[in-house]
Ligand binder design. Structure first.
Ligand code: G6P
Length: 367
């Protein structure tokens, strides 16, 4: 087992560091001179042309990738998107038909609730696109088309490289929809594709902050509650950051839409409580900064994740973790990396079983 970990203390850390390669492999071959290479992604172009609604269904971290997918698809392709937890979807008689593109997301391709949701969607006449990491898995076999993530085997229960490659897949689907429905000019699709190709190297840059993140984890490890806040796509990233922290460090963590704080959560913000603030979205930056000031005024201990060159944020945060600049749809792939490292180092500092957290399984094949 030590050899399989390739010199890392845990599979989770190894998998965090494998992300640049996993992302490169997932992007490779997906674009050509026309924009998205539709042959390579395995989706029927006719389905992409006629889709008037997208429904994304998944569990756990894959569900969080779906939440990012909603922002990305709605922004780039201008098609309405609903995101559902698989165990809820099938019991609410969902409104879908043959013009609905249903996307199921599953690292393992074996999650029972996600598989049941896939079958439910097909029985209502929808075509199902699977985004999965395991070739030949049940979900891959039963879906109408498959877009593989090429993350390689993920052993740690807490998902890292599977999530970031799912985010790449969401962007590919969004661009494919935009292309087939002429929602974006070809030049813009190509420009975003070029920006996406920079992401693996940018993840490498983010990883160089690991020592700083480790120091911060020493300052949050003794707390019982940690809050994550963010607006728009950053809210989806906050949810994933919070899940990572609670599943492996057993610290109670919650994510809030930053603007919603004043409607309840602010009552929980007290002296030195850690608040992790995601502030990568230019169009809501002022609003997020004012939410950071609100928690700061209650003496919270603020750790911000912001784009490079943001000089404002340092005035209100104890620590700023930076990500390189990129397209607004792609920031989650970079912003989640410091959160993965933070949960990892915090769990190690609390002497938790990082790769095998109590009560959790890598793949849940019961409903
Ligand atoms: C389990 C795992 C999670 C994962 C979820 C969905 O709960 O611990 O990490 O996100 O299942 O798994 P899937 O294989 O469908 O992505």
């Amino acid at each position: 087992v030590a050899a399989e970990k390739g010199g890392y203390d845990h599979f989770m850390l190894k998998e965090i560091y494998e992300q640049p390669k996993a992302l490169r492999d997932t992007i490779k071959g997906r674009f050509d001179e026309e924009g998205v290479n539709l042959n390579e992604i395995g989706i029927d172009p006719e389905l992409l042309r006629k889709a008037n609604k997208v429904v994304i269904v998944a569990c756990g971290t894959a569900y969080h990738a779906g939440l990012v997918g909603k922002y990305v698809i709605e922004n780039l392709a201008r098609i309405p998107v609903e995101v559902d937890i698989a165990s809820e979807f099938r019991y609410r008689n969902p409104i879908i038909n043959k013009k609905t593109l249903v996307i199921v997301v599953s690292q393992s391709g074996e999650t029972a609730d996600t598989l049941a949701a896939l079958r439910e969607a097909q029985s209502k006449g929808a075509k199902v696109l699977a985004i999965t990491n395991v070739v030949g898995s049940t979900i891959a076999r039963e879906a109408d088309s498959v877009l593989y993530t090429w993350a390689g085997p993920e052993i740690a229960v807490a998902s890292t490289k599977a999530y970031t490659t799912q985010l790449v897949a969401m962007n590919i689907v969004a661009l494919a929809l935009a292309q087939c429905q002429c929602a974006l000019p070809c030049s813009e699709i190509k420009a975003i594709a070029e920006t996406l190709k920079q992401i693996p190297a940018q993840v490498e840059t983010v990883l160089t902050q690991a020592d700083k993140v480790k120091e911060i984890s020493e300052q949050i490890k003794a707390w019982n509650d940690v809050f994550f806040i963010g607006r728009s796509i950053d809210y989806a990233v906050a949810m994933e950051g919070s899940l990572k922290l609670k599943e492996i460090s057993y610290i109670h963590a919650e994510a809030y839409a930053a603007g919603e704080l004043k409607h309840g959560t602010l009552a929980l913000i007290t002296d030195r409580i850690p608040v992790i603030a995601l502030a990568t979205q230019e169009q809501v930056l002022d609003k997020t900064v004012s939410n950071i000031q609100e928690v700061k005024a209650r003496d919270a201990f603020v750790i911000a994740v912001a784009q490079e060159g943001n000089s404002e944020i340092g005035k209100f945060a104890e620590h700023v973790l930076t990500i390189p600049r990129t397209h607004a749809a792609l920031t989650p792939i970079l912003a989640v990396v410091p959160l993965q490292l933070l949960s990892y180092y915090t769990a190690v500092a609390r002497e938790c079983d990082v790769d095998k957290p109590r009560n959790l399984a890598k793949s849940v094949t019961v409903e």
